[in-house]
Write a protein that binds this ligand. Structure first.
Ligand SMILES: Nc1ncnc2c1ncn2[C@@H]1O[C@H](COP(=O)(O)OP(=O)(O)OP(=O)(O)O)[C@@H](O)[C@H]1O
Length: 246
C-alpha cells in the first residue's frame, strides 16, 4: 500500500475579516486541495496576493481555516486524539498544534524573530536542544550549518539583531534547517541572498528532499524553484469566486 501523504489539504476555504474596515470580508481561497508526500518539494505558485503565505500560515496553525482539513501524518507519532499519528491542524487544539510543530513540521519564515542578547550559534542550536539533543552536539550541528551558510565565526557569539538582512536570513535558514522533521515549510528562503548563498540553500533543500523530508514552499526566484520543486500547485485555481471575478 502506498504511504499516506505527510500533508493532505482538502477543501480548505479562507476568508479574512477586516476588523478595521467595519468587518468587511475578504474571501481569498475556496476548496484548496493538494498533497505533499515524503521526499517531495512542492512549490506554491500564483500572483502576489493569491494566498500563498496564508496557506503556509494555515498549515503551521497560525491562521485558522474556515472549512476543510489540513491533515499531517507522522509515522510513529502518537498524536493526541489522532488516528495512526494523523492530526488535523484545522481542527486541532493549541496543545496539539504545538506538539505537531515540535515533532512534525518546521517553518522558515521570511524574517528572523529571536530573543535579544542570544548569540547566533545558540539561536541556531536552540531547536535541537529543545528536542533533547545534548548541547555540545546541537552546537556542533549549528556550527556546521553556519559555516556552510558563510556566517563568519566571529559573529557566532553575537546576537543577530545587528546583522545585515542577508546574514539574518541565513541564521534564520540555519535555525529552520537544523532539525530533521518530516515536513518543512519555506516562505521565500532565498529572498535576500546573493547568488552563492542562494546556491547553498538550493543544495540544502535538495539534500533534505533526498533524505525523505517533505517540503512546501514559496519560491519567487524561478531559478531556485526550478532547481528544487518537483511540482507547482497553482493557488489561483483555488481563488474564491468573488475574488476571481473582482
Ligand atoms: N491577517 C490578514 N488580515 C487580513 N487580510 C490578510 C491577512 N493576511 C493576508 N491577507 C490578505 O489575503 C490575501 C492573500 O495574502 P497572502 O500574503 O497570503 O498572499 P501571497 O500570495 O503570499 O502574496 P505575496 O506573493 O505578495 O507574498 C491578500 O489580499 C492579503 O492582503
Amino acid at each position: 500500500m502506498a504511504a499516506p501523504p505527510i500533508l493532505a489539504v482538502t477543501g480548505v476555504d479562507k476568508t479574512f475579516t477586516m476588523h478595521l474596515q467595519g468587518g468587511q470580508l475578504l474571501p481569498v481561497l475556496r476548496g484548496l486541495t493538494f498533497e505533499v508526500h515524503a521526499g517531495e518539494c512542492v512549490a506554491l505558485g500564483g500572483v502576489s496576493g493569491a494566498g500563498k503565505s496564508s496557506i503556509l500560515k494555515m498549515v503551521y496553525g497560525n491562521y485558522a481555516a474556515d472549512r476543510g482539513n489540513i491533515v499531517l501524518w507522522c509515522p510513529g507519532a502518537d498524536a493526541d486524539g489522532g488516528i495512526d499519528g494523523a492530526v488535523d491542524i484545522a481542527a486541532a487544539d493549541p496543545r496539539q498544534v504545538l506538539r505537531a510543530r515540535r515533532d512534525t513540521m518546521g517553518y522558515v519564515s521570511q524574517f528572523l524573530r529571536c530573543v535579544p542578547r542570544v548569540g547566533a550559534l545558540q539561536v541556531v542550536a536552540e531547536p535541537l536542544v529543545e528536542r533533547g539533543v545534548p548541547t555540545a552536539q546541537a552546537r556542533e550541528r549549528a556550527a556546521r550549518l553556519l559555516t556552510r551558510l558563510a556566517i563568519p565565526e566571529r559573529l557566532w557569539s553575537l546576537p543577530p539583531a545587528t546583522f545585515s538582512g542577508g546574514e539574518q536570513q541565513r541564521v534564520n535558514i540555519a535555525r529552520g534547517f537544523v532539525t530533521e522533521l518530516p515536513l518543512l515549510l519555506l516562505d521565500e528562503p532565498t529572498a535576500s541572498l546573493d547568488a552563492r548563498n542562494r546556491d547553498v540553500v538550493t543544495e540544502l533543500i535538495r539534500e533534505k528532499r533526498a533524505r525523505g523530508v517533505a517540503m512546501l514552499g514559496i519560491f519567487h526566484d524561478a531559478v531556485v524553484r526550478d532547481a528544487v520543486a518537483d511540482r507547482v500547485v497553482g493557488v489561483e485555481m483555488f481563488a474564491s469566486a468573488v475574488r476571481a471575478a473582482a
